[in-house]
Design a protein around this ligand. Sequence first.
Ligand SMILES: C[S@@+](CC[C@H](N)C(=O)[O-])C[C@H]1O[C@@H](n2cnc3c(N)ncnc32)[C@H](O)[C@@H]1O
Length: 258
Amino acid sequence: MSKISEIASTFFAYLKRPDLYPELRRKIWKNIFNRSSALRGKEDAEKWCASLAISEKDFIENVLKTSFIPFEKLFPQEFADALQVQAKAPVKLGGAGSLSVIYYINEFTNAQKTVETGVAYGWSSFAALASLVHRNGTLYSSDMPYLLQNQSEDFVGCVIPQKYRNNWDLYRYADKESLPKIFGKANSFDVVHYDSDKSYNGRIWAYNLLFSKVRKGGIFMSDDIGDNAAFKDFCESKNLQPYIVEFDGKYAGLIIKD
Ligand SMILES: C[S@@+](CC[C@H](N)C(=O)[O-])C[C@H]1O[C@@H](n2cnc3c(N)ncnc32)[C@H](O)[C@@H]1O
């Protein structure tokens, strides 16, 4: 698809969704005035991540002090079923990060309330819910559908096992609309996992808001922090000491709130 026809299709897809008009306005503004936000400070961020990174096993065993069994080995049947569901999906959605880290941070905090931004097929939701359901906790998720793919909305969260879905509360809007709705339901969280708008400005806005909602002793996590310097700048400006976990050639940042 050429760039022009992609822009036109996106625009018309948004027009059919009045609930996403605020995001359409923001996207137009960003494309005119703030095009460099995606990669701002990427080189520095990658160096910083590489200098601090540890493996998921090190993080789980040495920081969370739990023995590490990979998520797919803890839930082999559910994981195999989820892979089959993904293979049959006719749309290609965003990929998952470290499911083990997501599962174990929910275990570590005895999470009752977790919020995540960015669902796609629902791998991270699956991992959080696998822990939350044992305490009858709730996962609040925000996900704005991919508008360039017909049907993509039908497949948001498709890999989440049916038996977990009573504990899942999904908001299908952009984060700027979803998060206030979620905070109307719950105002403090054991775990926050950020994996949606990856632009520098989008992250800074969401990090400030979401971090303020993490309870003392809870965990804040963001995926893909090497994409730009937002996570690094956020930690430095607030004097926070993050853990950085390398997984599949990418970096996730985690902060245990004092
Ligand atoms: C990388 S995928 C999420 C992957 C998921 N966390 C996992 O581990 O399987 C990013 C998702 O965030 C959604 N998204 C992007 N920008 C968003 C925004 N501003 N508000 C809400 N969702 C957004 C995308 O549509 C996509 O479904």
